[in-house]
Design a protein around this ligand. Structure first.
Ligand code: NAD
Length: 330
């Protein structure tokens, strides 16, 4: 039976991955400090045979390497995520993302374990050549703009994995995830769909940052998670970076209207300049579309669930839990 360790397993994507692996008859050890994750995300896992969890910061827990030795595969998903969190707490972003990946990779390399590291489409920075392909050049703003530290910390994670793969023969792969959505994503850290749902549900103004013409692609977590699972076991993917997500675009204003219509809400749409939503000088990208050719070639990845299906699933699950709305058009 394959034994898996998921850092960040009580988070949005990690909890879906845990369920997917259990459904596949595998064992799962979730490691999470509940900084942005929640135990309630694991309610369909706790008590199932082969499922265990540890609540602590794995970067500081001396038992982490020993536990990593006992599994076959490591999925490293723990990170500081969400534009709002990143802008508000840049030290945490850099430390969690870079140190965490270093700790996970060191343990994987020491014991020769397969490892998947979650990266992000933010790594493409200000790139404008659409669609984004894994080998494209990247361009960032200055280091004085906090906005870029998530992108750069994840780019460092990618360099680390590629270096370990090349120098230590580590069987590892990077998944560059584009916006991933589905049940259990919360609005607190700047995720746009749960925020719009909460605003529409409560009749609050739906705040669209910028002019709303920026476009995004939203991949269903139930398409992305099986792809993560396949990638880590794909020998040809080892030592590679692979885009995962959806390539179907929608503008943020269209998204707000779609959600308002779906909820038959009377909420008004209000445009908020980026410098008010975040900080003066905040920059956003107009478009982010993945080139999925590599994922299709390696693991026959072809996302099948539309944004409407994702919204159906989110609304059916009653997600977008009530709470503070901070938000972004991420
Ligand atoms: N959701 C997306 O749209 C998206 C897009 C691109 C990349 N990603 C990447 O996917 C991964 C998962 O993202 P998510 O959306 O599920 O976010 P999430 O915040 O729900 O999950 C991250 C989890 O990591 C945990 N964590 C953070 N630091 C930890 C530590 N030191 N020790 C133990 N646990 C720790 C958090 O408590 C949380 O449960 C992240 O690496 C993120 O950068 C997500």
């Amino acid at each position: 039976m394959i034994r898996n360790l998921i850092t960040g397993g009580a988070g949005f994507i990690g909890s879906h991955l845990a369920e997917h692996l259990l459904d596949n008859g595998e064992e799962v050890l979730v490691w999470d400090n509940l900084s942005t994750g929640r135990m309630s995300n694991l309610q369909r896992c706790v008590g199932r045979p082969g499922f265990r969890y540890i609540i602590s910061d794995f970067t500081e827990d001396p038992s982490f390497p020993r536990m990593a030795e006992q599994v076959d595969v490591i999925f490293h998903l723990a990170a500081a995520v969400g534009v709002q969190l990143i802008v508000n707490d840049p030290v945490r972003t850099l430390e969690t993302n870079i140190l965490g990946t270093e700790v996970a990779l060191r343990a994987a390399a020491k014991y020769g374990k397969r490892i998947f590291v979650a990266s992000t489409s933010e790594v493409y920075g200000k790139g404008t050549r659409i669609p984004f392909s894994e080998d494209d050049d990247v361009l960032y703003g200055p280091t004085t703009k906090r906005r870029w530290n998530y992108a750069i910390s994840k780019a460092v994670d990618e360099f680390l994995l590629l270096a370990y793969a090349e120098s230590h023969g580590l069987p590892g792969v990077v998944g560059r995830l584009f916006n991933t959505v589905g049940p259990r994503q919360v609005p607190h850290y700047g995720m746009v769909i749960p925020r719009f749902i909460e605003q529409a549900r409560t009749g609050a103004e739906m705040t669209v940052y910028g002019d709303g013409t920026q476009r995004r692609c939203f991949g269903h977590v139930r398409d992305v998670v099986p792809a993560i699972h396949k990638l880590v076991h794909c020998d040809d993917a080892i030592g590679h970076v692979v885009n995962l997500g959806s390539n179907q675009e929608i503008t943020i204003l269209e998204l707000a209207i779609k959600i308002r219509d779906r909820l038959q809400s009377d909420s008004e749409i209000r445009f908020v300049p980026y410098e008010i939503a975040y900080r003066p000088g905040f920059e956003d990208m107009e478009r982010r579309v993945p080139d999925l050719t590599k994922a299709e070639r390696l693991i026959a990845y072809r996302p099948s669930r539309t944004l409407d299906i994702a919204l159906d699933d989110i609304l059916a699950d009653g997600a977008a839990a009530p709470g503070a709305v901070m938000g972004n058009s991420r």
